[in-house]
Design a binder for this molecule. Sequence first.
Ligand code: CA
Length: 227
Amino acid sequence: MKTLIIEDDPEIIETIFLIMKIRWPDCVMVSESTGKRGLELAEIEDPDLVIIDLGLPDMSGFDVLRQIRTFSKTPIIIVTVRGEEADIVKGLELGADDYMVKPFGQMELLARAQAVIRRSLPGIDENPITLGGMRFSPSFGKISFNGRDIALTNIEGLILYQLMNNPGVVLNYTTLAEKIWGDYYPGAVNSLRVYIRHLRSKLEVDPYHPRFILTKVGVGYFINKLN
Ligand code: CA
């Protein structure tokens, strides 16, 4: 297990190091403060997890992310102080698997790191799930819909997997968070909201009037089984 952190704030690096070592004592930690050097390390070190700060001194974390995705499928988590939904969605579109808004708690970091690593491991051989016109292949992280293949990020895939396995059943926030991140933590509801919006933008004809992924206000989400 090797983690690369591309971040210019030494305190954040230290915090992440300490937390990761609790869960993975043998974890090798590598860090870089610039995007340019971070990119080189991402290639040379072949890490199992990459954590990227959006605000780097020499280049945007978005560009680092975009470039890593040209040669690597390794799980990537973005850390940002801004936490604006537009930034988060942009990061996910560029191929990040998850994001964390600073300051984040220990539980949150561990939950998110575990989820993306678990999902990226080879050998997850779940059978495709078919519902309506959709065919979801969890092991490939993609969904086929009307003959079109749509790529999903790790977390999007985990959420859709839970919902499609329980069509018509409302899964509440706590249940979903526990299934996806292994734990419920403050902020999970907001995260779920962002991922659901993103899934809708990929799967719904009109994301603002969803017919497939529905909200039970104040409770959770469910998949419309009639679709
Ligand atoms: Ca920074």
